[in-house]
Design a protein around this ligand. Structure first.
Ligand code: SAH
Length: 344
């Protein structure tokens, strides 16, 4: 029995097995990893790839994460906020294009306080009862998460960034707390959200041990979604000089996560597509089953600049959707327009 068979059957991996997979340059074993991860994804979700429409609400942020182009200390970042009506028109064009999940993401921007955000969520919920509403607005209080859930939000994406408190402290300023972020994920789960955690691959100071801790944390939390993509350096941030994460490591980790969690919703991220012209297609071939085309208004796209050279910043929502669908069809998969809920 091969190592991959064994991991697949046990749905578990040891630290040393993780290291072996990340360091091997044996093409056959990587191909086997890919094949088996895709097989597992296909067993659960067939050849269906779920599309989520991403709406980037705000490039303002009160946080100062060392890796992110939108950190508050970055005085060269262009800041914008969508109005309520901008958001509703993104949803309307998204709905027309077949999207049944809206993902509203943004920097941690106090402008989108509970009264504003609950009003937006409630209006979208009322207008589109058949759609899932996903939020990705960072750390908020339990009351805030509860109010947004009660207003109609179903899912929340909050990458844990790293499961190692020491590593977290090297990626974030001292005022940000690893424990607070982890607690937020558990709170979201308790409230009843479908939650997504995740991390960047190749972030500065990441090691096999921190990655192994990430996998253990995912096992504990049992999230419905796991978002991983390569770290990409952003100009005018403290990490501007650090090398980008590797596409090959990201693909291997996607496959490993698929083998460990057959049912998880796993996006092939824009960051992966940014570092490789076929990055998202490769992600799908290594077990991903979600893509998130951009529905944000074209005139603000380039300003949601969390990292450099982000792709798809010059397209209309319709172009973005058509392009994504075409790419997916070309590699033999089918995009689906339903809500794409977790199959637990
Ligand atoms: N403010 C929200 C959304 C953050 S942006 C929140 O805190 O959840 C979404 C994700 O982009 C982050 O969680 C982070 O993992 C990723 N990200 C930020 N900067 C990045 C970079 N330079 N390269 C790659 N991914 C990055």
């Amino acid at each position: 029995m091969s190592l991959i068979d064994d991991i697949r059957e046990r749905r578990d991996i040891s630290r040393d097995e993780l290291e072996r997979i990340l360091t091997t340059d044996n093409k056959e074993s990587i191909e086997e990893l890919r094949r088996q991860a895709r097989e597992v994804a296909t067993e659960v979700y067939g050849n269906k790839i779920f599309m989520r429409g991403l709406i980037e609400l705000s490039s303002h942020c009160k946080n100062d994460c060392l890796y992110c182009g939108l950190r508050r200390s970055n005085t060269t970042a262009v800041r914008y906020r969508l109005s309520d009506d901008d958001i509703y028109s993104c949803c309307a064009s998204g709905y027309q294009l077949g999207f049944r999940t809206f993902v509203m993401q943004g920097g941690e921007d106090g402008w989108f306080d509970d009264s504003r955000m609950c009003r937006i969520v409630a209006n979208v919920r009322k207008q589109y009862p058949d759609c899932a509403i996903t939020l990705s607005l960072g750390e908020r209080s339990r009351d805030s998460y509860q109010a947004l859930f009660d207003a109609g939000a179903n899912r929340y994406l909050l990458r844990h960034e790293t499961a190692s408190p020491e590593h977290y402290a090297r990626l974030h300023p001292a005022e940000m707390s690893w424990q607070h972020r982890i607690d937020a994920l558990w709170t979201l789960k308790e409230i009843g959200y479908q939650v997504g955690c995740g991390f960047m691959v190749g972030s500065p100071y990441q090691t096999v041990d921190t990655l192994y801790a990430d996998l253990q944390f995912i096992r504990q939390l049992q999230p419905q979604m796991v978002g991983i993509g390569p770290f990409i350096s952003a100009h005018d941030t403290p990490f501007a000089g650090f090398p980008n994460g590797k596409v090959s490591d990201t693909l291997r980790l996607l496959a490993i996560i698929r083998l460990l969690h057959p049912h998880v919703l796993l996006p092939a991220t824009t960051a992966l597509g940014t570092l490789h012209p076929q990055g998202r297609e490769l992600g799908i071939q290594f077990g991903a089953n979600v893509v998130m085309p951009n529905l944000s208004p074209k005139d603000h796209r380039k300003d949601y600049s969390i990292y450099d050279n982000k792709i798809c910043t010059g397209e209309e929502a319709a172009e973005c959707r058509a392009c994504t669908e075409g790419r997916i069809r070309k590699i033999g998969f089918e995009t689906v327009v339903d809500r794409g809920d977790y199959k637990g």
